[in-house]
Design a protein around this ligand. Structure first.
Ligand code: PRT
Length: 104
C-alpha cells in the first residue's frame, strides 16, 4: 500500500474518533469550513517555502498540504483513488489539450 493510501485509511478511521485524542477528529468536529481554511493556509505556506524557504521547509509544507488535502477529500467522501484515476486519465493527453478542453 502506498503512503497516501495508508494515510487516507488512518484519516478515515480518525474522522470518527474522539476529538480529545485525534487531530483529524478535531478537524471533523470543527467542520468543513475550518478544513478548507487549513488547506488554503498550507497551500500559501507551501508557496512561501518554494519562493523563499529552504528545501526542508518546502518538503515539510508540502507534506502538511497533502495531509490537509487528504483530510478534506475524506470528509467529503471522495476516495483518493478517484483523484488518482483522474490523473491517470490525463496521463495520455498533453497539459495544453487539457487546458483547451476546460475553456470550451
Ligand atoms: N500527517 C499528519 C499531519 N501532518 C500535519 N499534521 C498536523 O497539521 C497541523 C498543521 O500545522 P499548523 O501549524 O497549521 O496547525 P496548528 O496551528 O497546530 O493547528 P490548528 O489548531 O490551527 O488546526 C499540525 O498540527 C500538524 O501536527 C498532521 N497530523 C496528523 N497526520 C497524520 O494523521 C494521522 C492521524 O492523526 P490523529 O488524528 O492526530 O491521530 C497521524 O498518525 C499522522 O499519520
Amino acid at each position: 500500500m502506498d503512503t497516501l493510501t495508508r494515510l487516507e485509511t488512518t484519516i478515515q478511521q480518525r474522522l470518527v474518533a474522539d476529538p480529545g485524542s485525534s487531530y483529524v477528529a478535531q478537524l471533523h468536529a470543527r467542520g468543513l469550513p475550518v478544513m478548507a481554511r487549513k488547506l488554503g493556509e498550507e497551500a500559501v505556506e507551501t508557496i512561501v517555502a518554494a519562493l523563499s524557504g529552504t528545501r526542508e521547509d518546502l518538503v515539510g509544507e508540502a507534506a502538511d498540504l497533502l495531509f490537509h488535502l487528504t483530510v478534506m477529500l475524506a470528509e467529503k467522501g471522495v476516495p483518493m483513488g478517484e483523484v488518482m484515476a483522474e490523473l491517470d486519465r490525463r496521463e495520455g493527453t498533453s497539459g495544453l489539450e487539457e487546458k483547451a478542453s476546460r475553456s470550451e
